[in-house]
Structure formats: C-alpha cells, structure tokens
Ligand binder design. Structure first.
Ligand SMILES: [Zn+2]
Length: 299
C-alpha cells in the first residue's frame, strides 16, 4: 500500500482539490500513486479520502429529499431497509432545522462509510462534516446503524454543522459551530461539568478555546474544548432561546466589512458584530457569563 508521506506537496494540493469537489476516484488515485514513506501530516487526509472512496466505489447514492442525498453500501446495511435509515436521518435533520429556526439550504450528502474504513474519527460523536464545493457532506460510520440513539445524536451534531456553515456564510468560528452542534446533539457529561465547576479543568477564554480544537495530539484538551463549547451553547439557548442561535448564525453572514467598520473598531470580527447585534454582549463576555452560570448552580 502506498504511504502518503512522500507525495510532493503539489501532488497533495491536487489530491485535496479533487477531494473538495468530491471527485474521490481522482483524489484517491493521486494520493496513492507514490511509494512508501513516513506518514506525516497527510495521513489523516489519506485515510479520509480512502474511506470515502471505498464507499463511493462499492456504494450507491439515493436522493431522499430535494436537499438530502444518502450514500451507502447496500451490503453494509444488513437487514436495515434503506427507507428506515433515510427516515431517521431526515427526522434528525428536521429537528435541528426547526429548533434553530433555519431552513434546509444547500444540498447535503450523507455518506455511511464502509465498515472497514479507517477514517480518522475525532473524539465522539463519530462523524464529520466537510464544506465541499458541490454540496455539504456528512460522513458517519455505518456501525451507527446498530445504535439508533447514537445515530440520531451524531446526525443532529453533524447536520447542525451544515446549517451553521450555510446560515453564517462560513463565517462562524469553530467554537461557536461546536457550541451549536453539541447543544443539538444533546446529553450531559456531569463529571466534566464538575471539573469546570471546581476548576480542575480550565475554562478557557475565547482565543484559547478556539485553538484547543486544533490539538490532535492532546485528546483531553480537545475533549474539554467540545464540552466547554457545548456548555456555552446550552447557556445561550437557556438565556436567549434556541432560535436566537439561528439568528446569531445568520447575523454572521450579514457582517460585511462596512458593517464591521461601523461597529467602531477595525478589528471586529463577524462574530463580534453578530453577538453585539443579537444578544448585546461580546462573545468573550458570553463565554465568561456561561462559567458564572455553571458555578451559580442554576444549571
Ligand atoms: Zn462537531
């Protein structure tokens, strides 16, 4: 098997470009043309491309609604009729759209990745969302079919990313996107909440929270970042209502350069303007407020 580490940078650019157009055969061909070498930073790219390509090669694609297609390998579904899978996925997406008050927008492809796929799953939930050129793509492992609640949770989490990308015009930062997704996913992690409460886990200020998602070698740090973002999402929803989160995302798309300039400080981000307009607090204040709420025991 080819190892991606030796591929020249230009070749990887080409493979990744194909990937973002969902041209998986081409992406895989380019990515696997070179000889053995060390893995390097491209290993996770290679695994993603490989996992998605195996599914494409052996699978089929079915339109489910005008905004959703489903891709799967029939043999992997076992006894589960594809209509059942489609119903669960659509109902989960509908729930998220309704709670956030956002319409289904751009076309989304949901791919159930082959059993043998070794995609680099992030910390649970075991799926990922990619903002591709032709559509948004959500990938989930097919083993979720054996666990209905987990399939619903993962679908809600990943589809919330799709709505976040579309509503915000791609301007929402990672921490906010995860705040919305973890909230939509649902569930509680009381032991981590206690750690934040007592301070044995650090409640990060915004800039460090954003960076913490990019620490693949530090699983605890990434895990805490998800949990903290989720608690901020929960605080926002309780304080202002879930549909205001949808407004907050939409306001990112409206944060034009001139509007940001008008906000009175040149360094204002789309997020600064959106928070000011929709909740009247800065994002940094909201993150601090959420800790205070958690510590007040009102949760
Ligand atoms: Zn996520």
């Amino acid at each position: 098997m080819a190892f991606p580490g030796d591929l020249p940078h230009a070749m990887w650019k080409q493979a990744i470009e194909h990937y973002y157009w969902d041209r998986l055969a081409e992406a895989y061909e380019v990515a696997s043309t070179q000889g053995a070498g060390h893995a390097g930073i491209y290993l996770s790219w290679f695994r993603m491309i490989e996992a998605e390509w195996l599914t494409r090669r052996d699978g089929q694609r079915t339109p489910v609604t005008d905004w959703l297609d489903l891709e799967f390998v029939p043999d992997d579904l076992g006894p589960v009729p594809v209509q059942d899978l489609a119903e669960v996925v659509v109902a989960s997406c509908d729930e998220v759209a309704q709670r956030l008050g956002l319409p289904h927008g751009a076309k989304t492809l949901v791919t159930m990745l082959r059993e043998e796929a070794r995609a680099p799953w992030a910390i649970a939930p075991y799926g990922y969302c990619v903002d591709m050129h032709p559509y948004e793509k959500v990938c989930m492992p097919v083993h979720l079919l054996g666990n209905g609640p987990e399939l619903r949770r993962t679908t809600r989490h990943e589809y919330a990313h799709v709505l976040t990308i579309n509503a915000s015009g791609g301007h929402a930062p990672r921490w906010l996107s995860e705040a919305v997704s973890v909230l939509m996913e649902g569930g509680r992690d009381r032991s981590t909440e206690r750690e934040f409460y007592y301070g044995s886990a650090e409640w990060l200020p915004l800039d460090r929270l954003e960076q913490a998602f990019n620490a693949p070698d530090d699983r605890r740090r990434v895990w805490l970042a998800y949990r903290q973002a989720g608690l901020v999402g929960e605080y926002l929803a309780l304080q202002y209502g879930e549909s205001r989160l949808g407004d907050l995302l939409r306001a990112h798309a409206e944060g034009s350069f001139w509007k940001r300039l008008g906000a009175g400080f040149l360094g204002a981000t789309h997020t600064d303007v959106a928070f000011r307009d929709v909740v009247g607090r800065s994002p940094g204040q909201v993150v601090a407020d959420a800790l205070e709420w958690l510590r007040s025991g009102r949760r």
